[in-house]
Design a protein around this ligand. Structure first.
Ligand code: SAM
Length: 239
């Protein structure tokens, strides 16, 4: 992967950036997403935000080497602190971090969000608490997908602030749109996870000694939800 050739994961993220957006990519690391989109003429302005020095310098280098210093601002900042009102940001991407980290970044500086920005989120796990934050803050999920690359499952969640929205516990757990669509990648992900979550339950006596009872109950409930959800489907791809 580089700024000319994005990973499939970042290509899928790029597909949800509206044409002509003013995009802030928070946790930009190497800056490949912004440089690729700017080079393609897909975005009008961009801010790369990085909290760590090494990736910040990497993003600066990618932007400089592609002659884009006038069009992409690279800022060393924690989360949304990278964004200034005069940037007039219309879309924010937060990719390749845990869902809880993305949630905390959004929550810490909520006041910096105008509510007009499209959020394009690619959490690595922790999707449930992230969806909970979106619901609690009036963001409707417009698009969701699961993709598998290099033996990892990735989720992409696109949301916009629309006002009050209610999702059920299961919708927050699986994703409201994915639960309806039941794509082969989604079903395969949950078949795989079911097998993983069932493993400690099948050794309950041994597990009881090491895992708190409450945690086991939570796990049993998740196993029940996943089994019920998969049983509703007609498609049964191999995991
Ligand atoms: N977004 C890129 C991608 O998806 O390929 C890079 C993902 S990389 C695994 C996560 C990056 O997020 C790291 O470079 C890390 O320094 C940065 N990061 C983590 N917490 C951050 C925060 N609070 N503010 C800005 N950047 C952060």
């Amino acid at each position: 992967m580089n700024e000319q050739r994005l990973s499939e994961r970042l290509e899928r993220v790029a597909a949800h950036v509206p044409a002509g957006a003013r995009l802030a990519d928070i946790g930009s690391d190497h800056g490949y997403l912004l440089v690729a989109l700017m080079t393609r003429g897909a975005i009008a302005a961009a801010v790369a935000g990085e909290v760590a020095l090494t990736p910040f310098h990497a993003a600066q280098r990618t932007v400089r080497e592609n002659g884009l210093c006038q069009r992409i601002a690279v800022r060393l900042a924690n989360g949304l602190a990278a964004i200034e009102p005069e940037d007039r940001i219309s879309a924010i991407s937060l990719c390749g971090m845990g869902g809880e980290t993305i949630r905390d970044i959004l929550d810490r500086d909520k006041s910096r969000l105008t509510g007009e920005e499209r959020l394009i989120l690619q959490p690595n796990g922790g999707e449930q608490p992230l969806r909970q934050w979106l619901m609690d803050n009036g963001y409707r999920i417009l698009h969701e997908e699961v993709l598998r690359e290099n033996r990892f499952n990735y989720e992409i969640i696109v949301a916009e602030r629309t006002g009050p929205v209610r999702y059920s516990t299961q919708e927050l757990y699986f994703g409201p749109l994915q639960l309806q669509e039941r794509s082969p990648a989604f079903l395969a992900k949950w078949q795989r996870l079911l097998r993983l979550k069932q493993r400690p339950l099948s050794h309950l006596d041994q597990a009881r000694r090491t895992v708190a009872e409450q945690k086991m109950q939570g796990l049993s409930q998740q196993v029940r939800w996943i089994s019920e959800m998969l049983a509703q489907g007609r498609e049964t791809p191999k995991g």
